[in-house]
Design a protein around this ligand. Structure first.
Ligand code: 1GP
Length: 238
């Protein structure tokens, strides 16, 4: 059986593009979950990400239990902090916010999370998380108290991604932030994808199928859709 990470590498090698639906526990009503999962099962999604910048809602465990019961897709934690860990998921993006200079999001939260993760069977996937300026302040920037990278500074974004790869990150996540006005620039995706070996995840502000396709064509291996699916669970039927 392949790990989540091996499956992503495998897909990349074969040129198969991957799609994650991001579910924010704070924005989900458990009574609607059954229908939502049906939509996910009918969609082209290959992965489910669960998380948010701050999760106040206490439904994380229940949400994941129900997802595990009703879908076959891998459920991967995408946590804003160590409180968002559930042993019921399949894996976790173990994020380090490489674009920022806030030590809490570079290493402190990882130190707090490590002993908790050791007690679970979660697949821990080291991920370099790079926040790109998006034309509006996003929750990630606000909560992490970090500056996103300038969208025009392609060299700095590339150097950041390469540093992540050299540090041993298994994935690079280029993030414009949930509800971003402007998604990650295509030239940036393409420069980075061409100059690192590890798979590239792209998300934030992608609101239509055209945007998904553009990100794939630029070199994204996995695209993340949150808000667009939240607003319209028929999104993928078009
Ligand atoms: C946010 O990249 C994800 O972390 C998805 O963003 O909600 O804008 O799709 P959206």
């Amino acid at each position: 059986l392949l790990t989540i990470h091996q499956q992503i590498l495998d897909a990349k090698k074969k040129g198969q593009k991957l799609l994650a639906i991001l579910l924010d526990p704070d924005k989900i009503l458990l009574e609607n979950l059954g229908r939502l999962i049906e939509k996910i099962n009918q969609s082209p999604a290959t992965h489910i990400f669960v998380g948010g910048s701050i999760v106040q809602n206490n439904i994380l465990e229940e949400l994941i239990a129900e997802l595990k019961q009703k879908t076959n897709l891998p459920v991967i934690l995408f946590p804003g902090d160590p409180s968002q860990i559930s042993s019921k998921a399949d894996g976790i993006l173990f994020l380090s916010l490489l674009s920022g200079r806030n030590p809490d999001y570079l290493i402190e939260y990882q130190v707090q999370a490590a002993p908790i993760l050791k007690k679970t069977n979660l697949e821990v996937i080291s991920t370099g998380y790079i926040l790109i300026e998006s034309g509006n302040e996003t929750a990630v920037a606000r909560v992490s108290k970090t500056e996103p990278l300038n969208r025009e500074n392609l060299d700095l974004a590339l150097a950041t991604a390469q540093a992540g790869e050299m540090l041993g990150n298994k994935l690079i996540y280029l993030e414009a932030g949930s509800g971003a006005k402007k998604p990650v620039p295509l030239e940036m995706i393409s420069l980075i994808a061409q100059n690192i070996e590890i798979p590239v995840i792209v998300g934030g502000g992608i609101v239509d199928l055209h945007g998904i396709k553009n990100a794939y064509n630029a070199g994204a291996d996995l695209v993340v859709i949150g808000t667009a699916f939240e607003n319209d669970s028929h999104f993928f039927e078009l």
